[in-house]
Design a protein around this ligand. Structure first.
Ligand code: FAD
Length: 382
């Protein structure tokens, strides 16, 4: 792993840094204007990025990106973090859906879907989890039955982030009831704008309704919207999940660093730095380890062409560290962290979901044990 930037990489960083300095996003809307106003702000920001060729530089230029190398992609996320701009609205489309289509999609699908993902014109969500299928995703029961040139889909999804804003859902459904668990699944792009798809918000501990339940009652999906072929849904879904841990991992470690810097400032402002110096130093070491692991992950992708299971390690350490950090923030800020409606109360409550979303910590530890450390697989108790 060589962390020295080449001239080309330095030029890329300088160009982006200058562009961000010249084009800051408008101020964040006040919290009392609600989640929709906040989302619209992120959508406008994605449009600005898109209009200037910065929505997804890591995408190939043939699809509207800049052919950025992996190192340049990492620089991109670091610079966005440093400039403290919002996350693009269509984050699941940009980081998960688009890259999955680039691997598995037909030419027609790439032609039809990639450009509106990039511009934020069509938002994407991820319809994987179900009430009885989260960590054990292949246990999902939503079923799709062929009817002429269409598939008819019935079932329930849950925790679907951003479904309320989405046009397309990356949906995994069972198409063969008799095949072995992982084999009878197919990956679809489902149009959310149909009566047969009902989106019901789920309110979180933070008070927001970031995610939803989806009730699907005989929704129709054209056969042309199958991605990767009938019965191949498990493999396609794995591509989506690996991109989730690799792409998001990098962006998240940058935000973690910012949060720590803000907490240090908060401790200085409140004159309690000495009291918390050890804990802050421990968090600093953790942030640096995660940063270096994230870079190592990129080196591995360069070597092996695919994100590897190390992404699971970054996700696990990030969620653990973010929870420690926000807990420490509560100690620094005192009771106000829970009662004052401060930014830190939001961060503290939102962090609870970190060890669940994108794979629970227990499941990630299994992956690290088996696929990174090469420990023997645990035989599930009957
Ligand atoms: C903020 C947030 C956003 C989300 N967004 C989305 C989304 O957009 N789309 C989507 O499809 N899903 C989404 N999810 C769902 C998320 O992927 C699941 O919650 C997660 O995969 C866990 O599944 P589960 O909730 O069914 O828990 P379960 O799988 O039922 O797990 C329950 C407990 O058992 C443990 N466990 C399960 N299996 C094992 C094992 N083999 N070994 C050891 N322990 C185990 C788990 O760690 C956990 O503690 C989101 C979740 C959150 C919190």
């Amino acid at each position: 792993m060589d962390l020295t930037f080449s001239d080309k990489e330095t030029a890329f960083r300088d160009e982006l840094r200058q562009w961000l300095a010249d084009n800051p996003p408008p101020p964040e809307p006040d919290a009392d204007r609600g989640e929709d106003a906040h989302y619209a702000w992120r959508r406008d920001w994605q449009r600005t990025l898109y209009d200037n060729g910065w929505a997804a530089p890591q995408w190939p230029s043939a699809y509207g990106g800049r052919d950025a190398s992996l190192t340049e992609s990492a620089i991109y996320f670091e610079e966005l973090g440093r400039a403290r701009v919002p996350m693009a609205a269509n984050v699941l489309g940009l980081l998960l859906g688009g890259p999955t289509l680039m691997v598995w999609g037909t030419d027609e699908q790439k032609e039809r879907y990639l450009a509106p993902i990039l511009s934020g014109e069509e938002i994407w969500c991820q319809g994987f989890s179900e009430p009885d299928a989260g960590s054990d995703l292949a246990a999902l029961k939503t079923r799709a039955v062929r009817d002429g040139d269409d598939w008819v889909v019935t079932g329930q999804k849950v925790w679907t982030s951003g479904a309320q804003y989405s046009k397309w859902c990356m949906l995994v459904a069972r198409t063969d009831q008799d095949a072995a668990k992982h084999k009878g699944l197919t990956y679809f792009l489902m149009d959310m704008e149909q009566e047969a798809v009902q989106v019901r918000p789920l309110r979180q501990i933070t008070g927001e309704a970031e995610f939803n339940e989806l009730f699907i009652e005989e929704a129709r999906i054209p056969d042309a919207n199958v991605v990767g072929g009938e019965g191949n849904g498990w493999k396609v879904a794995l591509t989506t999940l690996m991109n989730e841990r690799a792409g998001l991992g990098f962006a998240l470690q940058v935000r973690l660093r910012q949060l720590l810097d803000d907490l240090i400032e908060e401790a200085v402002r409140r004159d309690v730095l000495d009291a918390h110096a050890d804990a802050l130093a421990d968090l600093h070491v953790r942030c640096e380890s995660i940063r270096l692991l994230a870079w190592k992950g990129l080196t591995d992708i360069e070597k092996y062409g695919q994100p590897g299971p190390e992404g699971s390690l970054v996700k696990w350490l990030w969620s653990d560290t973010n929870q420690r950090l926000t807990q420490l923030a509560a100690d620094v800020v005192g009771p106000e962290a829970l009662t004052g409606g401060t930014r830190w109360s939001y961060e503290l409550l939102r962090a609870r979901g970190n060890t669940i979303e994108g794979g629970t910590t227990e499941v990630l530890k299994n992956i690290v044990a088996e696929r990174v450390l090469g420990l023997p697989r645990l035989k599930a108790a009957a």
